[in-house]
Ligand binder design. Structure first.
Ligand code: GLC
Length: 669
């Protein structure tokens, strides 16, 4: 949606004070250089830089058709909707480029980063531990482009110091990954992944969602989606290539401060786009400029809010630090401000009665109407993960104390809420079956007034004796009993669930293998909405017909998160079984986005082929299985301190035994 220049100028007036600092006139500043191969960020050449909202001022990557590039201030500042940065392009696609401003005055003096890691050839990665983990030193030998795939890497792990209670396989004093022949499928996958790379001013900044040469109508699949890029980023990181991930994190950070407008309304400041595209805009003469064009939902089908984008951004930021050891990056002032903006948006007060995030339908991977508005599990699990990441990454100082306190409180309230009210297993369903309703009091058992008739018929037969899961959504008078895979996997990965619950979720996946995995891992949700339910809940969506796409389709990209969860729970064999299944078909089937039918036998009706996160998902899963110690950097164990906060808060509030007892019993499980 193009913005009107006049509107922009008005907005400039309205928003000309950001973080309490006036916005000075636009200037072109060389604040970000990218000199390959020794990737160095130098965000603070000019520490007196002022900051502007990117929408208000843009500078350009101007490329002369004669292949000379030069720096020019953007003459159309205040007019361009898209973000563009000035760059030098040497025609071969390498060079320094400049970002004209940072998001706030606070970001002005970002540190010039002295990375501990040379992206291409690093020797040592210093792995910072979590609360219960002492620093771990990982050594690798001479990495080059093909690192992690076809060369020997030696990893020394101080087993005693790693707290991986469930990851029996990881506690080896020394893990040697044997040099491995790259299989045909891996070779092909890497080639396709590289072909999917998007460059901006000559530097890699992300991967397109799909690269299907036969696709006549790519819609927005030619864009870089934030959520889709995560498995690509992990594949690159595990392969020793940090640059693209770093660029991605920085560019999306710039887009975050965009002045976004959906019709006449502006969503919150910290919102990250769902996706962005690099557009080439012709200029006078033989020149053209490259501009970044974000989509905050204003063009997306259904105008859905990308609530998960900021959460994924934080999760990826932590992963970048953990895998490369470049912790200085996350300490930069602009990056810290980015984290805070996202958190402020998520933690802001509203009318909510629950600690879970209230969102509209389609605000996550399922980005169209599927009856998940309210408090969908996927968002809650990503929210919880992002809070845990932020707590680790936020620099503790006077200015962030309150935020850290708010994060801790929210973490404990959220985990209590989800563990207590989203969890179902045989026993719990039986309790719900016998619920009394219309209870008015603070210590009601049936707090949300769930009518037992809501228990769906399929569930009565489906729930196994052993195992359980987190339901898809909880609202007053409403439990959505569908099994949503992503949310359940992230409950395991982030320890949103108790250790027992996490184990039980994998038990359920194993017990229900034919339903959740079948011929292709993994179902996005189970079961599908059919008949009247499909008509009413999806609005008769022809793409989301029963057992297709978001409505019970099978998504191979979920494999990497499944693998992570399995490794965490010490069950890599389960992941291997799923990877083997996927490997049998993905290459032959040309890497579909999703599969249809009850058991995932057919390539999805409208599935894109050469879908990047399908490709990256498989590669990442295989790399995790080969290097479980790397996977272990990306998950969390139970945090007992959080549980204590929860018990304390509940005791202080004087609320009755039910909740307090429940919090304590969580500690015991
Ligand atoms: C579909 C998916 C969404 C994904 C996008 C790009 O819209 O539902 O999760 O990000 O395609 O692949």
């Amino acid at each position: 949606m193009a913005m009107k220049p006049s509107c922009r100028i008005l907005i400039l007036g309205r928003k000309s004070v950001f973080f309490g600092f006036p916005i000075p006139p636009p200037k072109c500043h060389p604040s970000f250089t990218n000199n390959l191969p020794n990737f160095r960020l130098n965000f603070g050449h000019d520490r007196k830089l002022y900051s502007y909202s990117p929408r208000i001022l843009g500078s350009q990557c101007v490329i002369d058709r004669t292949q000379k590039a030069f720096c020019a201030p953007n003459s159309s500042w205040g007019q361009s909707r898209v973000f563009s940065s000035t760059c030098n392009v040497d025609g071969v696609g390498r060079g320094a480029y400049l970002i004209a401003r940072v998001a706030s005055n606070v970001r002005n003096y970002s540190t010039s980063v002295e990375t501990r890691v040379n992206d291409k050839n690093f020797e040592k990665i210093y792995v910072q531990g979590g609360i219960n983990v002492k620093p771990l030193v990982v050594e690798r030998i001479d990495r080059d482009e093909s690192i992690g795939r076809d060369e020997e890497s030696r990893v020394e792990v101080d087993a005693e110091n790693v707290n991986n209670e469930n990851s029996k396989d990881l506690n080896e004093a020394e893990v040697l990954s044997v040099p491995k022949e790259e299989s045909e499928i891996e070779r092909e996958a890497w080639k396709l992944l590289r072909d999917a790379i998007v460059t901006y001013c000559g530097s890699p900044v992300g991967t397109v969602a799909a690269n299907d040469p036969g696709d006549k109508q790519p819609l927005n699949y030619d864009q870089v989606f934030i959520r889709d890029f995560v498995p690509s980023a992990l594949a690159f990181l595990l392969g020793g290539e940090g640059e693209i991930v770093r660029n991605f994190l920085l560019h999306t950070l710039q887009l975050q401060s965009w002045e976004k407008t959906v019709d006449c309304y502006s969503p919150g400041q910290g919102l990250m786009p769902a996706s962005f595209k690099v557009r080439t805009v012709p200029l006078d003469g033989n020149k053209f400029e490259e501009v970044l064009d974000p989509d905050f939902g204003e063009s997306a089908i259904g105008r859905v809010a990308p609530v998960d984008s900021g959460l994924w951004w934080i999760i990826l930021l932590r992963a970048y630090g953990k895998i490369t050891g470049d912790y200085a990056f996350q300490e930069r002032v602009d990056v810290q401000t980015g984290i805070k903006l996202i958190l402020n948006l998520c933690l802001s007060d509203g009318f909510d009665m629950f600690p879970s995030l209230l969102v509209t339908d389609g605000s996550c991977m399922i980005d169209r109407r599927m009856g998940i508005h309210g408090h969908p599990l996927e968002i809650q699990a990503l929210f919880y993960s992002a809070l845990r990441c932020s707590r680790e990454m936020l620099t503790v100082e006077d200015g962030s104390k309150n935020l850290v306190r708010a994060i801790n409180n929210r973490l404990s309230a959220l985990s209590f809420h989800i563990r207590e009210y989203y969890w179902v297993d045989m026993k719990k369903i039986n309790e719900i079956y016998r619920y009394k309703t219309e209870e008015y009091s603070t210590d009601a058992t049936n707090k949300f007034n769930i009518y037992p008739e809501q228990i769906p018929h399929w569930l009565v037969d489906w729930i196994p004796e052993k195992g359980g899961y987190m339901i898809g959504n909880l609202q007053p008078g409403h439990m959505d009993f569908r099994f949503f895979t992503l949310g359940n996997l992230w409950s395991i990965v982030s320890s949103l669930g108790t250790p027992k619950q996490n184990e039980a979720i994998l038990n359920l996946v194993e017990a229900k293998w034919d339903d959740l995995v079948g011929h292709m891992p993994l179902k996005i949700c189970y079961p599908a909405l059919e008949y009247e339910e499909w008509r009413i809940i999806t609005g008769s969506d022809p793409k989301n017909t029963p057992w297709s796409y978001h409505n019970g389709g099978s998504w191979p990209t979920l494999l990497w998160q499944f693998t992570l969860a399995c490794i965490k729970m010490g069950r890599p064999e389960l992941a291997r079984k799923a990877v083997d299944l996927a490997e049998k078909r993905l290459l032959v089937d040309r890497w579909p986005e999703y599969y249809d039918t009850r058991n995932g036998r057919f390539i999805g009706k409208q599935a894109r082929l050469y879908q990047t996160w399908t490709i990256a998902g498989l590669l990442t899963s295989k790399m995790f299985l080969e290097n479980p110690e790397m996977a272990s950097l990306l998950f969390w164990e139970e945090d007992y301190e959080l549980l204590e906060i929860c018990v304390c808060a509940l005791s202080k509030s004087g609320r009755k035994k039910c909740s307090r007892g429940a919090a304590k019993s969580q500690i015991l499980v």
